[in-house]
Design a protein around this ligand. Sequence first.
Ligand code: PBG
Length: 320
Amino acid sequence: MRALVRETSLSASDLILPVFVTHEAGAAHEIRSMPGIRQWGADRVAEAVADAVSRGIRAVIVFGIPRSKDSEGTAAWDDEGVAQEGIRALRAAFPELVIIADTCMCEYTDHGHCGILDVDNVVDNEETLERLRRIAVSQANAGADIIAPSGMIDGMVGTIREALDQNALSDIAIMAYSTKYASAFYGPFRDAAQGAPAFGDRRTHQMDPANGREALRENALDITEGADFLMIKPALAYLDIVAQTRNQFPQVPLVAYNVSGEYAMVKAAATQGWVDGRAVTLELLTGMKRAGADLIISYHSDEVAKWLSDVGADPSGVAP
Ligand code: PBG
């Protein structure tokens, strides 16, 4: 009866699998702070996601780790660049897979910031927007279905929408990282994507964790600019924002990003035997859905898809 009256269910089709693509052919480098997650050579990404796809994962989000970085992040809009190569390989192997491209500059700039810096070493909003246009068009031409600008650059959604439309890419959707906090939970990702800022931080453009009302304003701006999806990131410490955003825009698909530090904490505690990793993971992801997320970007996606397809697994995803 408990299952009969259960309000929230979790399934593989709710989950978006992150994929790190590196320029090194054949690579499958483990990421120390994210056990179970690897940087894959572009020639191996299809193999890397095949199992997840066969278990019902419908979407991936691609991050690139380029061969070389420079102050402008030029490798980001190279049509032969690493993300583009990974996207092409996934598109060729899985015609029906929804491919989301993370659109940012921090993995491509030698200073690790999410844009072009001005003379005072502050991200120059207008110069950065001009680069984001090129990156989005290049990623869409490589085969991405959805562009996901993650830099919290003011005007990024409207500018990218315009660039896509001008380049006969009007059917490409935009998943805005609409509410992205300046969070300490991104630490392991910055190892994984090698995109830590060389100096300073991202507080000039990412949100103050203490602010909730401002998140609603960020969401509204992105909707006005043409966002097709909203996203709250990180998830765990921000479930109130997920719930408020759900109420603010009941019609818009809402994504929660279960970020690298959240993943690393569960893995660390589970490895010690201090928590039941599987039960805790399912409880966390179910909580994100209960709060109002339609979709969850999670490093747990692959293993959760496996657990849910185990014979006898509770399809609700909730541990017994
Ligand atoms: C920026 C980007 C970041 C993450 C996703 N896209 C890092 C940052 O803003 O510093 C973090 C994701 C995670 O921690 O899992 N391209």
